[in-house]
Design a protein around this ligand. Structure first.
Ligand code: FAD
Length: 315
């Protein structure tokens, strides 16, 4: 079922959803199942599965020459979606990125997803790390990728040689940033680009994590003010280590408020840190739910114990 239809079917309910990462290459899929298992009792409306673009490693050989090794650390997004759906009978949402995909490869991937019965996808530019493998005709921005999927949804494909007996019917999600995307020159420009994604066919928005609800509420208001009407799903992450006080701001470009920072700094051990992070996230969740958000989306980062405790308190 399409995610937007789930929202329409449950207009007065806040749904629960999660994001998981594919296992590291060589690790067992059962590790991922163990992350998901404790959350199934809360009936996730959908499970997002992240995509990790190919990187290149350079390794010195015995003869002194440098060998280039293409490597995807977490492969298998599409297969993993199928495995999760099969095991838990739950809607899965693969992430698809611009980075590393030619337009033709994107089209092929979309056909595979369509034939597999996937109805929902989250379209992103993709994290731009060093050593990424790029394609000469890949999309630059997520809005271009949205446009391509929207064309496919209208039965128009890249090349006229492709049979056109079908049109896909994907429900399209995109990312939004309550604290601005780090590359955007300013907030309004970023919002304009977000609006472009919606005008190109995005059905809903999932936000980057944030630790002050005011940021989300202001963001939603600004989106509405410029005519973005689609559902905006808040993304939440419980902090579970002191290291994340610097890691999350540097990786995700988000602020951690004074009150939370001070409390975490004072924590004497790991379990106190987890307790503080969890309680903060519960308070955020309760307030957002009261405000009637369509769904609360939790970034598990391969850990579910704390998210399960949050879900128990909130749903
Ligand atoms: P875009 O919407 O393309 O925007 C990127 C930047 O370009 C912004 O600053 C925007 O303002 C600007 N911009 C957009 N259009 C234009 C234009 N026409 N002209 C000039 N500037 C423009 N990364 C992964 O690699 N894999 C994942 O699975 C993944 N999942 C994510 C899930 C969520 C919910 C979120 C919030 C992020 C995720 N990311 C993932 C990270 C994401 O790929 C990065 O944040 C990336 O830097 C931006 O992605 P985007 O889709 O928002 O980009």
């Amino acid at each position: 079922m399409k995610i937007i239809d789930k929202f329409l079917k449950n207009p007065n309910k806040t749904l629960f959803s999660i994001e998981v990462l594919p296992p590291l290459k060589g690790k067992k899929i059962t590790d991922l199942f163990e992350v998901i298992e404790p959350l199934i009792e809360f009936s996730p409306a959908f499970i997002d599965v992240t995509y990790h673009p190919e990187e290149v490693l350079y390794k010195r050989r015995e003869d002194g020459l440098i060998e280039e090794i293409p490597l995807r650390k977490r492969p298998g997004t599409v297969g993993i979606c199928a495995a999760i759906s099969y095991k838990f009978n739950v809607e899965t949402v693969p992430h698809l990125v611009c980075v590393g995909f030619s337009k033709e490869e994107t089209e092929d991937a979309l056909f595979s997803l369509y034939y597999q019965g996937i109805e929902n996808i989250l379209l992103l530019q993709g994290d731009k790390k060093n050593n990424l493998v790029v394609k000469s005709n890949e999309h630059t921005y997520a809005s271009d990728l949205v446009k391509q999927v929207n064309e496919m949804n209208s039965g128009r494909f890249l090349h006229e040689e492709t049979e056109n007996e079908l049109q896909t019917d994907f429900c399209i999600g995109v990312a939004g940033y309550p604290e601005k995307h780090f590359e955007a020159p300013n907030f309004n420009t970023d919002l304009k680009h977000l609006k472009q994604k919606v005008e190109n066919g995005a059905d809903y928005i999932v936000t980057q994590m944030f630790f002050e609800n005011k940021k989300y509420f202001d963001f939603v208001q600004k989106c509405r003010d410029i005519g973005i009407q689609v559902p905006i799903i808040p993304g939440l992450k419980p902090i579970d280590s002191k290291r994340q006080l610097t890691l999350l701001p540097s990786k995700f470009h988000v602020d951690i408020p004074d009150e939370l920072t001070n409390a975490l700094e004072k924590a004497k051990n790991k379990s106190q840190v987890e307790q503080i992070g969890m309680e903060w996230c519960i308070q955020q969740s309760i307030e957002l739910k009261k405000a009637g958000v369509p769904c609360l989306h939790y970034y598990t980062m391969s850990k579910s114990k704390i998210v399960a405790q949050i879900a128990k308190s909130v749903f």
